[in-house]
Design a protein around this ligand. Structure first.
Ligand SMILES: Cc1cc2nc3c(=O)[nH]c(=O)nc-3n(C[C@H](O)[C@H](O)[C@H](O)COP(=O)(O)OP(=O)(O)OC[C@H]3O[C@@H](n4cnc5c(N)ncnc54)[C@H](O)[C@@H]3O)c2cc1C
Length: 390
């Protein structure tokens, strides 16, 4: 019977860090191998809305909820759905009080988790090159620094292209048919006041006929932009050639030629580089047979398109459930089985919702289905629907 003496975590994203923090609170030591050289090694990414029953619950388990409140924005909950003419079909205005879904900049959240861990837990600048089972049932990790380590309990929290996943499953992420071209606007209130007004304090989605402009207000006066285009991977990559920002901007303006001038201005005014981000997903319902001493969490387990807004929330919730299970059960494999029993069905449901939302967002002329869904959701959660008459 293996016990959780030391847990090896591959990946110091939100899920891996939250697990390390929660286990630390339970007196279980961890080592986190993280490919990035430091917190500032790459752009942190955009803003995340954390749900009460998932992301926020995990931060309570991590003992970091109050700290989270101090870096979150309630105004970030505001969500607008527009058509290509710029007509608003859904607008959840800021209602005040503790948010249903407060937003936080991903970089701030990751920093908070890193700062909550003792020195030395995170081994920065170490890429796990491969993970293999040894004859005694443990796992051997080959690291980019030329060494190998043996793990009794291994958690793959290493995202979309997980090196731990092949120990459990043959599944690989598949391109969804949609690519985001990412850009941003800075100092928006002073320099881009019309864009700031159009986007508002939270998120704005303008969707029409296989195309979308998604804008999210971040901290520090930044609006992050995603120009979503449908097309096969090669086309989308050539379309978003990051060495030719002016060319990509011109192609976007052509593609969004029938969008309202205010929406097209987001393309004209966007700051580069315009980075293509193909949206990939693991098969909906991805799962594996129980394998001694190894499991996955977050995107490594259930990568899905961002159209359900749940990936980071689920990574955090996985960490909370796995941490609690490892603390509760002295037999590691009982703990891993208990975690997977709750994780598989909820990941299945979220993966289904995300795949369906992607189709609804890009395969219909108007975002009607999304508006209906959003109204139903808000009616349930807040008692008002966010419609124009509210
Ligand atoms: C455009 C976009 C918008 C999104 N918006 C939202 C949203 O609003 N709400 C939401 O909930 N989710 C959102 N998501 C999804 C969310 O970003 C992910 O689901 C979440 O980051 C998953 O966390 P994770 O810890 O599992 O993986 P990751 O955040 O991918 O972290 C994995 C970590 O592992 C490290 N790593 C990878 N390979 C190795 C290796 N071999 N060795 C060592 N380290 C390694 C990486 O450097 C990284 O730090 C969005 C995603 C995208 C692409």
């Amino acid at each position: 019977m293996a016990t959780a003496g030391r847990v090896t975590i591959v990946g110091g994203g939100l899920g891996g860090l939250a697990l390390a923090r929660i286990l630390h609170r339970h007196g279980i030591t961890t080592t986190v191998y993280e490919r990035d050289g430091s917190l500032s090694a790459r752009a942190a990414g955009g803003t995340l809305g954390l749900n009460a029953e998932s992301g926020q619950r995990a931060l309570v388990e991590a003992g970091l909820f109050e700290q989270f409140r101090s870096i979150a924005r309630d105004t970030g909950e505001t969500t607008r759905l527009l058509d290509r003419f710029g007509v608003v079909h859904f607008d959840l205005a800021y209602e005040g009080g503790i948010g249903v879904r407060p937003e936080v900049d991903r970089g701030d959240l990751r920093r908070m988790l890193v700062d909550s861990l003792p020195e030395g837990v995170i081994r920065w600048n170490v890429t796990v090159l491969s993970a293999q089972k040894s004859s005694d049932g443990r796992t051997v990790l080959t690291l980019s620094n030329g060494t190998t380590v043996v793990a009794d309990v291994l958690v793959g929290a290493d995202g979309a292209r997980s090196r731990v996943r092949p120990l459990l499953s043959d599944a690989v992420p598949v391109y969804s048919g949609v690519t985001f071209i990412e850009a941003f606007l800075s100092d928006v209130d002073a320099t881009h006041p019309e864009a700031a007004h159009l986007v508002g304090p939270g998120s704005m989605y303008a969707l029409s006929n296989g195309r979308g402009i998604i804008a999210q207000r971040n901290g520090g006066g930044v609006i992050r932009l995603y120009f979503a285009v449908k097309g096969d991977r090669e086309w989308a990559h050539a379309f978003g050639d990051r060495t030719d920002t002016a060319g990509t901007r011109k192609r976007l303006l052509d593609l969004f030629h029938d969008f309202a001038p205010g929406l097209r201005a987001l393309i004209t005014e966007s700051e580069g580089p315009l980075v293509p981000r193909p949206i990939n997903a693991l098969p909906v319902g991805h799962r594996w047979e129980r394998t001694p001493g190894v499991t996955l969490l977050g995107d490594a387990a259930h990568l899905m398109s961002p159209f359900a807004g749940q990936g980071a929330n689920l990574a955090l919730l996985d960490a909370a459930d796995l941490g609690a299970a490892l603390a509760e059960h002295s037999d590691v494999d009982v703990a891993l089985a208990a975690y997977e029993t709750v994780m598989f069905p909820r990941a299945h449901m979220a993966g289904r919702a995300s795949a369906d939302n992607l189709v609804a967002s890009f395969d219909t002329d108007a975002p009607k289905q999304l508006v209906d869904q959003a109204r139903t959701f808000m009616q349930r959660r807040t008692g008002h629907s966010g419609g124009p008459s509210d």
